[in-house]
Every structure is written in C-alpha cells, then in structure tokens.
Design a protein around this ligand. Structure first.
Ligand code: GAR
Length: 286
C-alpha cells in the first residue's frame, strides 16, 4: 500500500512519511477547529449539528492541511493535490493543470527515454513533445514508441525564423529540457522561456564546457587532462554555451585505467540516475 502510494506520487520514502504526517495532523486540526466553531455557535448536538459539522470540515480541511504542510516542507505537493481534488470533484479534466515539457535532443536519446519513463502517468507533469534537429536520430523512435509527438526542426527557422516558438506554444509547452541537444539555443527562445530551459552537461562545469564540448569530446578531454574525477552538471540555459545557473552537480571517480568510453559510461549512469528526478523537483518548484 505504502509502496503503491510512493510510486503513484513519485516521492521518496522520507517524503511519503512527511506527506502522511501532514494528512494526519491536518485532519486532526480540521476536526478540532470544526468542533470549536460549532461550540461557539452554542448549538446543541443533534442531526443538524452533524450536518453542519460535515459541511464545515469539508471546507476547513484543505486550509488546515495547507497550513500544516508549510512547516513540514510539503506545501507544493498539497497545493497540487488539493487543486487536482477540486478539479476532479467539479468534473474538470485534471490534465489541464499538468506541466507540459518539451524534450530537445539530437542523438540516441537514452536520457530522453529515461525522462519519458519517469513521467509516464505522472500526476502533474506530461512530456508533451520531443524536438529533434536530426531526422533519423534514435530519440525519434523512442518518442514514437511512447506515442509522444515529434517535431523535426531545421536550422533556418530555428535560428532566423520564429525559433519554433509558435509550435511550442501550440503544444502548451511550459518547460524545455535539453537532453543531448547540440544546437545553441537562440536568445529569442530563451527570452520566451526565461529560467524554464534546463540542460545536462556530461562534465563538472565550468570545466570542459563551451562550443564543441559535447559527448565523447568531453570525456576525451577529461582523460587527456588526467582528471581524477568528473561528473554531470544540470543547469539553466542562458545565452552562452554551458553557462547558466547551476542546479545540480554529481561526481564520479576517474580511475587511471578508465578510457574515454569507460568515463562516458560512468557519467551516463549518473545522468540516468539524476536528470529526471531533478527536472521533477525544478518544475515543481522544490
Ligand atoms: C549526454 O551525455 C548529454 O550529457 C550530452 O549528450 C549526451 C546525450 O546522450 N550532452 C552534451 O554533451 C551537451 N553539451 P543521450 O542521447 O543518450 O541522452
């Protein structure tokens, strides 16, 4: 049961505990507040009292749970939970409030695949679109297998036309995730999505970043410099290559006998472990 909840809400064990404590304390506070309010009215306990009590706690419950969620650090979860509950009760589509993400990728798309898997049937996030600049790239097959629309883009329109902003708006995109996307993002697109474009880089920035530093070139440079550690950097995108505000870095050791292929393998494992989780935290404002 607890495991089911954990995978439904996509939260860690510790976080699930805090959520359950919030439910318990919020519910108790709501019951207590409802009784105190009715006591103040001087009403005798009876059938009408029970009806009024039920009505009162129905309205008090969201408020009490939200209040309790603040000191327990669970406000963003409960804000979304209550919103969805409200939409369900009033018969509106909960999908309407999901955050819509577009993944931009140029290659095989193993990161895109992991992100798609992570957000499958997610309660508040939807991978709405895969954008690719290379017809035939592996990521296109991954998107199609998961019934996610694909937009294949071309240079002229991306850099000098409308930068595909109209298309992204049409898909309702709120966030852009670069998962191995090798074109520089034009300033107009960054301006259309301020602090809403996230990139992953396969090194510990600011080292081994910048123009031409991607994929195997990064790992070859790390090997050539005899680094003893490398890792990943997840960061917001600004107008310079691999430069925006850092969100997360994770390290791994580079052993003396690790060639660039072995380094790439270690780094990719870190990317697969942390990228989707970090995206979830960032878009949920955590
Ligand atoms: C990933 O290692 C990503 O960090 C890198 O491209 C690879 C894509 O792999 N991105 C860059 O180098 C950007 N400067 P994938 O297609 O298997 O996800």
């Amino acid at each position: 049961m607890l495991q089911k909840l954990q995978s439904k809400w996509k939260v860690s064990g510790g976080r699930l505990l805090l959520i359950l404590i919030t439910f318990a304390l919020g519910g108790s506070l709501c019951g207590y507040a409802g009784r105190r309010l009715l006591l103040l009215s001087g009403m005798e306990k009876g059938f009408l009292w029970v009806i009024l009590y039920v009505i009162l706690i129905t309205f008090l419950w969201p408020l009490c749970v939200l209040v309790i969620s603040i000191p327990l650090g669970q406000f963003s979860f409960f804000k979304k939970y209550i919103r969805r509950l409200f939409l369900r009760i009033t018969g509106q589509k909960t999908g309407a409030v999901k955050t819509q993400i577009a993944i931009f990728a140029s290659g095989g798309g193993s990161n895109a695949g992991k992100i798609i898997e992570h957000f499958k049937d997610h309660s508040s996030v939807n991978i709405a679109l895969v954008v690719c600049n290379k017809p035939g790239a592996g990521v296109i097959g991954i998107a199609e297998k998961n019934q996610i629309p694909v937009l294949v883009i071309e240079k002229e329109q991306f850099f000098r036309g409308n930068h595909y902003i109209d298309e992204l708006v049409r898909y309702g995109i709120n966030w852009i995730v670069l998962a191995g996307f090798l074109w520089k993002v034009p300033g107009q697109l960054i301006a259309a999505y301020p602090n809403r474009i996230i990139n992953i880089h396969p090194a510990l920035l600011p080292k081994y970043g910048g123009k031409g530093m991607y994929g195997h070139f990064v790992h070859e440079a790390v090997r050539a410099a005899n680094e003893t550690e490398t890792g990943i950097t997840i960061h917001y995108v600004d107008e310079q290559y691999d430069h925006g505000k850092m969100i997360l870095q994770k390290k791994c050791a580079v052993d003396p006998d690790n060639d660039p292929i072995a380094i790439a393998k270690k780094v990719l494992a870190l990317e697969h472990e942390y990228f989707a989780k970090t995206i979830e935290q960032v878009v949920n404002g955590e």
